[in-house]
Design a protein around this ligand. Structure first.
Ligand code: KG4
Ligand code: ZN
Length: 332
């Protein structure tokens, strides 16, 4: 079965073709980063309009590059939420209309399930069950994944998502949007140990997170020391270290509480190299294994949506009617 995947929930336009036996056939991605950079964050209406402009050309390019006639597509998977309503509607409208025109099934995919299954696009795939750490601009969650579609939320953020905290801290340091990767880059020239930031909520039991205090701590530190040399890089490093160590402490707790040995990391912050190396070290210590999506599939993309949709279609699931429905807020 050949599945077309469409992603348009935020500021990346993504399309991909995934074959149930042959794997990923091809994918194409257009990032709106430059469009939103001048505003310091994603402007929803501009995002929707740019998806309208880019989605069809991107799909045509993918079909041409992979020599795939439209008629060869067996089903269409599209991100139905969570995300920006207007942006989601662009992908959902194309997906559902195309499915209707081709008389093929369509399937709504949960964006975070896409992220969670993205490591399945790699050669070294995790087997079920596993613990998933979902870390993106909108989510910080620990999830017990028993099998496809069986997800139990173990921990969540009480305020800002970790990616959001990276972005806000980067902004206060005057770094360009998107802040996370820029802050990680700046942290490379930070002096280790100059500042020690708190590790929120690690001194009490439980698997929930809170990152807004860390961002405020960064702001206060910056205001007190802003005229000192190398201050931005040192704050970037202290912030990243505290955020990453907090995530690692909670991952360890989740693995120990559930007795699981496999950890899957997904979402944009999963591209962070400090987080990756810290978790590799932890899982080696615990005699377990950690799985990351390839960097390109950490952030939003069409391949993870095509994969997730394909797995559900193989179980006989599909949209039951032709209505175009999106869920800007949608629990996994
Ligand atoms: O999954 P994603 O592409 O979009 C959402 O669904 O949110 O994640 C984007 C988030 C942003 O907050 C971005 O700053 C963060 O992931 N991010 C990073 C890195 N790369 C992306 N944060 C820290 N270090 C990185 N290398
Ligand atoms: Zn995402």
């Amino acid at each position: 079965m050949l599945v077309l995947g469409i992603e348009s929930s935020c500021d990346d336009t993504g399309v991909a073709l995934y074959h149930s036996q042959r794997g990923l056939i091809g994918h194409a991605l257009y990032s709106q980063t430059d469009l939103h950079a001048q505003y310091g964050g994603v402007v929803p209406e501009l995002a929707s309009r740019d998806h309208v402009r880019k989605l069809l050309p991107l799909l045509k390019q993918l079909l041409a590059d992979t020599n795939t006639p439209l008629a060869n597509i067996d089903a269409i998977a599209y991100t139905a939420g969570p995300g920006l309503a207007g942006a989601l509607l662009v992908g959902a409208s194309l997906g559902k209309s195309l499915a209707f025109a081709l008389k093929k099934p369509a399937i709504a995919v949960h964006h975070m399930e896409g992220h969670l299954l993205a490591p399945m696009l790699s050669d070294n795939k995790p087997a079920f069950p596993f613990i998933a750490l979902l870390v993106s601009g909108g989510h910080t969650q620990l999830i017990r994944v028993s099998q496809l579609g069986s997800y139990e939320l173990l921990g969540d953020t009480l305020d800002d998502a970790v990616g959001e905290a990276f972005d806000k801290t980067a902004k206060l340091l005057g770094l360009p949007y998107p802040g996370g990767p820029a802050l990680a880059q700046l942290a490379l020239s930070g002096i280790k140990g100059r500042f020690k930031f708190p590790h929120p909520m690690t001194d009490r039991p439980g698997l929930d997170f809170s990152f807004s205090g860390l961002k405020t701590f960064a702001l206060n530190t910056f205001q007190q020391h802003q005229h000192e040399p190398n201050i931005k890089a040192d704050i970037a490093l202290a912030f990243q270290t505290a955020a990453v160590e907090t995530l690692i402490i909670k991952c360890r707790r989740a693995l120990e509480q559930t007795g699981m040995k496999r950890l899957v990391v997904a979402g944009g912050v999963g591209a962070n190299t400090a987080l990756r190396s810290g978790l590799k070290e932890l899982l080696t210590k615990l005699n377990g294994e950690v799985f990351f999506p390839e960097s390109i599939f950490c952030t939003d993309n069409g391949a993870m949506i095509a994969y997730a949709g394909c797995q559900h279609l193989l179980l006989g699931e599909k949209d039951l009617d032709d209505a175009i429905v999106v869920h800007p807020r949608w629990e996994l």
